[in-house]
Write a protein that binds this ligand. Structure first.
Ligand SMILES: Cc1ncc(COP(=O)(O)O)c(C=O)c1O
Length: 473
């Protein structure tokens, strides 16, 4: 007899991952159908606005990054590089290979030393406070860093605080470990602020239920909310973490995707607190960053890093051991991490081209975000904050009672039905708020603003929304 669901690890079966769930699968089916029979659907293309995956859409890779990657993959090119490969790309590839040997060999489990040194310099320049390369672990995307940290603290009795709404990596990783999630809601009416008195209440409530709050996960800039945390909010969160001995896991993968406001890293604010009072040195902070986001968008290359400060050596040893169980992060992904934190500088041969390409990506994202926001703004029953950060808009939608009843009949969440109908009628794939968690009886969807063709998307969306509301009114 083959294995059946009942034979499997319950934690795996129960884990949910909305951004790659039923809607994404349906989008693939529709794409396949269009491929086989182009005229069979009321739209020509499926638009994947469900996941922050820029190069799946029209974002081109950055030339300098790909030139260095090509050279390290095929070192013979270094000896006689084609004329279109710039000398600084060749110098960088040579330097890296001198230290790495071959990208086809396992590296140290925490990553190549010179790359960790580059990451430390990047953090120092970003924050104005020292960073220690020995506290940096290169990772395969941010996901492995997050999953390993959750695994590390997931023991019976411990609880992990996660935001609602959240990026489902957090709930899924907790489910996989059979660990307890302590939800804390972000306040939508205050642009998704985390109120510190409320956070403190949630911590005390969990403790009163016999759960030991152990780790506090924060996503800044937010996914799915797109909000950017002010400096003083970060300071308050760190002070609460200090008071309650919580590890802070700061997910900062969107730190370069800022449209409004300023990014402040948790590390910088922690160090500022330490400079005011050394007692804050006991705050345990883990922060993750990634080559998948920003203006790089190299999601498939799996680069990233984890910085750890304030941890006891016993814990660091365990984290190193966890990294070593998967031998090492993808070495070409490590190279990309080096390029992310150490891009061409003024005077380097690639600098002008690099600046032109990254500025173009930044401007395009800004325009697309604004365009979509303007379209949502004019639709009755849809409300949305202006784009601030990350790659998403997260509109609130008011759905008629009859639509809510119909969804129950279909065994779906109301916003899931809305998103499924949107996909089936227009080819636009977005994710319902129910996939991220939301206040009871509120409905949302998350859309990326990465896709080209803003006018078509906006027009189709507006027309669909009107049809949906009229149908169920
Ligand atoms: C908030 C957040 N954290 C982590 C990740 C994981 O990214 P990666 O593993 O590609 O670095 C994502 C991906 O969308 C994300 O949105």
């Amino acid at each position: 007899m083959p294995l059946r669901l009942n034979d499997l690890n319950r934690n795996v079966v129960d884990a949910q991952y909305a951004v790659r769930g039923a809607l994404a699968l349906r989008a693939e089916q529709l794409r396949e159908q269009l491929h086989k029979d182009p005229g069979s659907l009321p739209f020509k293309y499926v638009i994947n606005a469900n996941i922050g995956n820029p190069q799946q859409l029209d974002q081109a890779p950055i030339t300098f990054y790909r030139q260095v990657l090509s050279l390290v993959q095929y070192p013979k090119l270094i000896e006689s590089p084609p004329s279109y490969i710039k000398p600084d790309a060749v110098r960088r590839a040579k330097f890296l290979l001198d230290h790495i040997g071959s990208v086809g060999a396992y590296s140290a489990s925490n990553g190549v030393d010179v790359i960790r040194e580059s990451v430390a310099r990047f953090i120092e320049e970003r924050d104005g406070y020292p960073a220690d390369p020995d506290c940096i672990y290169l990772t395969a995307g941010a996901s492995t860093g997050v999953a390993n940290l959750i695994r590390l603290v997931a023991r019976p009795g411990n609880g992990v605080l996660i935001p609602i709404p959240q990026y489902p990596l957090y709930s899924a990783s907790l489910s996989l470990e059979g660990a307890v999630a302590i939800h804390y809601h972000l306040s939508e009416k205050d642009n998704w602020t985390l109120h510190h008195d409320y956070l403190e209440r949630r911590i005390n409530e969990a403790a009163a239920e016999g759960i030991k709050p152990t780790m506090l996960c924060v996503i800044n800039p937010g996914n799915p909310t797109g909000s950017v945390m002010p400096d003083e909010d970060i300071e308050n969160i760190l002070k609460i973490a200090h008071e309650h001995d919580l590890v802070v896991l700061a997910d900062e993968v969107y730190q370069a995707n800022i449209f409004e406001g300023k990014f402040h890293s948790f590390k910088k604010i922690r160090q500022r607190l330490v400079s005011q009072d050394p007692k804050y040195n006991s705050i345990q902070l883990a922060s993750v960053h990634s080559t998948s986001k920003g203006y790089i968008g190299e999601c498939g290359q799996r680069g990233g890093y984890l910085e750890l400060v304030g941890f006891h050596q016993d814990v660091l040893d365990q984290i190193y051991k966890m990294a070593s169980i998967s031998l090492c992060p993808v070495v070409s992904g490590q190279v990309l991490t080096e390029l992310m934190v150490n891009p061409p500088k003024e005077g380097d041969e690639s600098f002008d081209e690099f600046t032109k390409e990254t500025s173009h990506i930044r401007e395009t994202l800004r325009e697309r975000a604004q365009h979509l926001y303007e379209a949502f703004k004019g639709v009755e029953g849809v409300s949305c904050y202006p784009p601030q950060g990350a790659m998403y808009l997260y509109p609130f939608i008011t759905l008629p009672a009859r639509a809510v009843e119909e969804a129950a009949k279909r065994g779906m969440q109301p916003d899931e039905m809305y998103c499924m109908d949107l996909l089936n009628e227009t080819g636009i794939c977005v994710i319902p708020g129910s996939g991220f968690g939301q206040e009871k009886d509120t409905f949302h969807f998350r859309t990326t603003f990465l896709a080209p063709g803003g006018d078509i998307i906006s027009d189709q969306f507006v027309a669909f929304h009107k049809r949906f509301i009229e149908k169920w009114h």
